[in-house]
Write a protein that binds this ligand. Sequence first.
Ligand code: NAP
Length: 255
Amino acid sequence: MIRVALAGPRGKMGAEALEMIEQQDGFELVGLLDSKVTDELSDYPVFISILDLLKETNPQVLIDLTTPELGMSHTTEAIRHGVRPVVGTTGFTPDDLEQLNQLCEEYKVGCIIAPNFSIGAVLMMRFAEQAARYMQDVEIIEMHHNQKLDAPSGTAIKTAELIQTNRVSHRQGHENEEEALQGARGADIEGIKLHSVRLPGLVAHQQVLFGGEGQLLTLRHDSFTRGSFMPGVALCVKEVMKRNELIYGLENIID
Ligand code: NAP
């Protein structure tokens, strides 16, 4: 049995994860970390302090599905206490990742941070990385529900980073291009343009558009329900038990 604790159990992702942990053979849910103690989750011990949760329930893995600032502090404390984090929370900065990388090395504790737990989305990222070898002009449109706090999405940033491993940095569009309205051309990673759409009704969707002379290649992935993320979360919980380092991205643990 893997002793699992969950942070953010009343959130949209957290509620799905709670159900997944309950149903998954070999997982035992030992405690919950929440912003307040409510009657809703009375089947499990609920804590509002990460230190109390770690001390009282002695988990092996902490799944974090909260907000960027909280996620960073929960993950840091977990590693310091020898508990392996599986982090779905997005919005970590390169500095955060570097700090966590060093912490994992220092404490010899595994940690998996996956901006996208959906296997289909990871395949989309891989295909995008491959396509960039042949098509260097690319823009990313990511679309999410209107409660999402960070923009662009962690998946969009990760996709751009993977594409960039096969792409020479360059400015895209016309060299004299000007924005008549600020933001019209989107965010920029090494010349790759990223556009974020936030609308009610959406879950998580992304298109990667590669343009070439007389042609357009579109890679598209849609998560219609948050259930699409749960096989990836379960996989990460099992995998993090075998690791002693920081892994960033689900693509690094699937063949
Ligand atoms: P959400 O519904 O807003 O859930 C966040 C939860 O964190 C809320 O229940 C919130 O509780 C809780 N929280 C706030 N303060 C807390 C504290 N001090 N301790 C513990 N929990 C606390 O958001 P969501 O859609 O589930 O997304 C959660 C995170 O996962 C986001 O960063 C999102 O971008 C990310 N995400 C990742 C993936 C992936 O595949 N990796 C997929 C979808 C989403 P209150 O309501 O009381 O504030």
